[in-house]
Design a protein. Structure first.
Lengths: 422, 446
């Protein structure tokens, strides 16, 4: 392996800091020249109050020209700051977040200029909804890959979770049972992944792709064979109701977005926190990461490498299964063929974009969820950008990320390599 | 792996005492032990027996297919409503449950056979004034289904040989289909020239997508698996976007579909208009031969295999892995693009949002099943093509959903990729030395 790892004295020896700064400046220029100068006449109006909300937040009306140009100028300045000063890690991230936000705000102003008001709160609500399977899938990826098993089968785990969630919830009339079985279904596919990757040492990239095909074929087959003829009995689950968290849920704007949703969103919060703390603040996580980086060393100090891998793969599957269940009993209310429609691959992209860390992956998943939500919402207000390009965004962003523009996207060192005790 | 067991295998006693457990449980194993050390004249027999008992790659492939078909049959049997009904009376009529299960599964598979290979009814129909072409319709359908799988499978296989995973056959397929389709419906050229130009356009379209991946890997080290997966979706949405434009929309059509490709640009039928088999199949076979020639008879092929086996050694020998990656991905993309052209010019005759189907993903499994060799890819694609063609007939005759073919295909590859698993369930002895699949496992970071 070392032989292959040293290959390629990469020709790309460009200065990363400058490259990133260059991207910031470019985004600023887009803010100014596209979103600012090319915006349609008229203000962009954002509404924040949902029908029936207790507090009425006034609408925000922005003139796209000045706002986008101002934010663009800010991004350019930040880009030069980034290039000029050697910032430490946290300010670097803050600058990145600021430039991204500026870009998003100018983009929204440009999209809505002179059109019907943009329902900001419901846009963000659908962002959260779209992000749930992405975040849980990406966490599944983190758990697996940090222990050294590549998980491309997230898509399949989502799909099986969605299927089992709908069928079990529908036939037993219990949503909680559906949630539980969705999770278990994801776990079962993860067991297949684990056994074939760890015990039979099948190449994990091939394995993931094959398992996705398998899950798609199996659920598609069972859907036509059983769910279509027995639609009422097997494929008509209810969906979870929103649960508003007292006090927090009443905060204007933030409340409805973050604290008034189904149980799935709250599970997602808990999962993000648990995986992050687990992986980076506990002895458990240190061991997992040791197995993913250098299994031989981990084995030497008495960590059970194979057991750790099995456990993490299955834990990941359980999480992704919940994410899958959210697709059926969390929102739509019935299973359809290939309902996950590539979200498992977006989750994979989010994990890579987030550099194999739970928080980074969550951030990326939210960004990707936002672009999916935008594609749905902006289409209805007649925004000047084709929704296909918004849907393309997560994938393009990931290609840019792995091409090395966004930091060092490095996988755990032993990721994908079977461990053979010598 | 072939050096180990080519010659010496036959000279060793058939029942090596250190055979790890398994052999003594298996009935075939017992026979072999009973034979004892065979006389020299039976060398051929012994070596065949050895191959079977050790689970050589051909045997493993065969058993993988058998196992997948059996599991598929069980799945069919145990999800059929009539069978489930019979199971509920298991204790009053135990025979009925089993016979019903057998009936359902066997009728499904025989319908599949009739749709993919040969349907006896068509022969008797031909004697009573039916069409003779109908006899060959199943085979024609198999070939039609296999055509894009061969081409896209070659795209994946060739990349495998250079040590790369080309998960992006879907995106390259779309790239090829887009350009071939556009040339087909928007450009007006004379006969023959038109179809040739369109096919070349397909190659170029796929090459652009594939070349992008190769370039990115060579320049920045971006892992091709991630880039190709992401590009698949980028291309899918690009296709959707293009089909939304008036340039790509058939006049007066509300659906996202292009105008039909001109007759001049279609791949000619090989056996009359009633059979769908077309020149695309010949193109695919020619491509397989070309890839075989490229791999085994050219400098590029040698460099490609060397880089695939050990990039560091290749670099030390003065080759440039980066250059090879780019060339390989250009060719692979082109092959997958040809697959796109073969579909849009041979069977579909227009671009639609779902034109890429599952070809790109199945190409991976085909390449793996064919052990990344051109000949193997052709055989594997024919097998998969027959499953696809047969499952359509099966659904029409028995109402069993076509998706069962996908399940069987996935299982075949899962098992083929895990020879130790197949050896374990069939108690085969396994080769001495550590198992190394034909594609070594490797991680993201390489």
């Amino acid at each position: 392996m070392t032989a292959i790892a040293v290959v390629g004295p990469r020709r790309a020896t460009f200065d990363r800091q400058r490259a990133i700064a260059g991207i910031f400046v470019m985004l600023g220029l887009v803010d100014i020249f596209v979103f600012g100068l090319l915006a349609d006449k008229g203000d962009a109006v954002f509404t924040f109050t949902l029908t029936g909300a207790a507090v009425n937040v006034p609408n925000l009306s922005l003139a796209p020209g000045p706002v986008s140009e101002g934010l663009g100028a800010l991004s350019i300045v930040l880009g030069f700051v980034y290039a000029g000063l050697s910032l430490s890690k946290i300010p670097q991230r803050l600058v990145g977040i600021a430039v991204t936000l500026a870009f998003v705000v100018s983009f929204l102003c440009w999209s809505d200029a002179g059109r019907v008001p943009l329902p900001f709160t419901s846009l963000m609500q659908s962002t959260m909804l779209a992000s749930i399977p992405l975040v849980l899938g990406a966490l599944s990826g983190c758990l697996c890959e940090r222990s050294g098993v590549i998980n491309i089968a997230i898509e399949g785990q989502l799909l099986l979770g969605a299927f089992a969630g709908a069928v079990i919830a529908s036939s037993f009339g219990s949503l909680w049972l559906g949630l539980f079985s969705g999770s278990v279904a994801g776990g079962l596919l993860a067991i297949l992944l684990g056994v074939f990757a760890i015990r039979y040492m099948v190449d994990q990239i091939i394995l993931g792709v094959v398992l996705n095909v398998f899950a798609s074929g199996l659920t598609g087959y069972l859907y036509d064979q059983a769910l279509v003829p027995y639609q009422n009995r097997l494929n008509s689950p209810n969906t979870f109701n929103s649960v508003k968290i007292p006090v927090l849920g009443d905060i204007p704007i933030i409340g409805p977005i973050l604290f008034d949703s189904t149980i799935f969103l709250y599970i997602t919060y808990a999962a993000v926190a648990l995986v992050h703390i687990g992986l980076f603040k506990t002895r458990w996580g240190l061991r997992v990461r040791a197995v993913g980086e250098h299994p031989t060393a981990a084995d030497t100090v008495g960590i059970k490498v194979l057991f750790t891998r099995y456990r993490n793969v299955i834990l990941g599957g359980l999480l992704a299964g919940i994410g899958g269940a959210s697709l059926t009993i969390g929102s739509v209310g019935s299973f359809g063929k290939d309902i996950s429609s590539g979200q498992g691959y977006i989750a994979l992209a989010a994990m890579i974009f987030g550099r194999w860390t739970p928080l980074g992956a969550t951030g990326a998943a939210l960004l990707f969820g936002f672009s999916v939500a935008c594609a749905n919402v902006l289409g209805t207000i007649g925004a000047p950008i084709p929704s296909d390009f918004l849907l393309m965004l997560p994938y393009v962003a990931t290609i840019i990320a792995v091409a090395g523009f966004v930091g060092r996207s490095r996988a755990p060192k032993a990721d994908g390599q079977p461990y053979i005790k010598s | 792996m072939s050096q180990q067991d080519a010659g010496p295998g036959a000279n060793e006693p058939a029942d090596a005492p250190e055979s790890p457990g398994g052999a003594k449980h298996a009935p075939e194993g017992a026979e072999a032990v009973a034979n004892g050390a065979p006389p020299k004249g039976e060398d051929v027999v012994t070596s065949v027996l050895n191959a079977v008992l050790e689970g050589s790659s051909a045997v493993v492939t065969f058993l993988a297919i058998v196992t997948a078909v059996i599991i598929g049959g069980l799945l069919i049997a145990f999800t059929s409503p009539t069978v489930l009904h019979a199971w509920s009376h298991l204790f009053s009529a135990p025979g009925a449950a089993f016979s019903r299960a057998w009936d359902v599964a066997s009728s499904a598979y025989s319908a599949m056979f009739e749709g993919a290979i040969f349907n006896p009814h068509t022969v008797s129909a031909a004697f009573h004034g039916g069409s003779i072409a109908a006899i060959f319709n199943p085979l024609s359908e198999t070939a039609v289904n296999a055509t894009p799988l061969i081409l896209a499978g070659l795209a994946v296989a060739l990349a495998f040989r250079a040590g790369m995973f080309n998960i992006g056959a879907t995106g390259q397929f779309i790239g090829g289909a887009m350009i071939a389709g556009w040339i087909g419906f928007a450009v007006h050229l004379p006969m023959i020239i038109h179809v040739v130009v369109a096919v070349i356009g397909g190659f170029v379209g796929g090459s652009i997508v594939g070349g992008f991946v190769g370039n990115l890997k060579a320049r920045t080290g971006a892992h091709e698996v991630i880039v190709t997966i992401m590009l698949n979706y980028v291309m899918e949405f690009l296709l959707l976007y293009l089909l939304g434009l008036t340039v790509f929309r058939a006049a007066g059509s509300a659906n996202p579909i292009t105008p039909p490709v001109a007759t001049n640009a279609t791949l000619p039928h090989l056996a009359g208009a009633s059979l769908r088999i077309n020149a695309g199949f010949l193109l695919a076979l020619a491509a397989a031969m070309a890839v075989a020639w490229l791999l085994n008879r050219t400098t590029v092929g040698f460099e490609l295999r060397t880089v695939g086996a050990n990039p560091s050694a290749a670099r030390a020998a003065g080759m440039s892995p980066e250059r090879t990656w780019v060339i390989v991905m250009l060719i692979c993309g082109g092959l997958a693009g040809l697959a796109g052209a073969s579909v849009v010019l041979g069977t579909d005759f227009a671009l639609t949002p779902q034109i890429y189907g599952a070809y790109g993903i199945n190409a991976i499994t085909v390449a793996l099943l064919g052990r990344a060799k051109p000949g193997g890819v052709v055989l594997a694609a024919l097998l998969y093509g027959s499953l696809d063609a047969g499952s359509v007939t099966m659904q029409a005759q028995t109402q069993i959903p076509v998706d069962i073919a996908t399940v069987i295909q996935a299982l075949i590859v899962l098992f083929v990729a895990a020879p130790p698993f197949i050896r374990e369930i069939y108690h085969l002895r396994g080769r001495r030395g550590r198992e190394g699949g034909q594609v070594l496992a490797k991680g993201w970071s390489s």
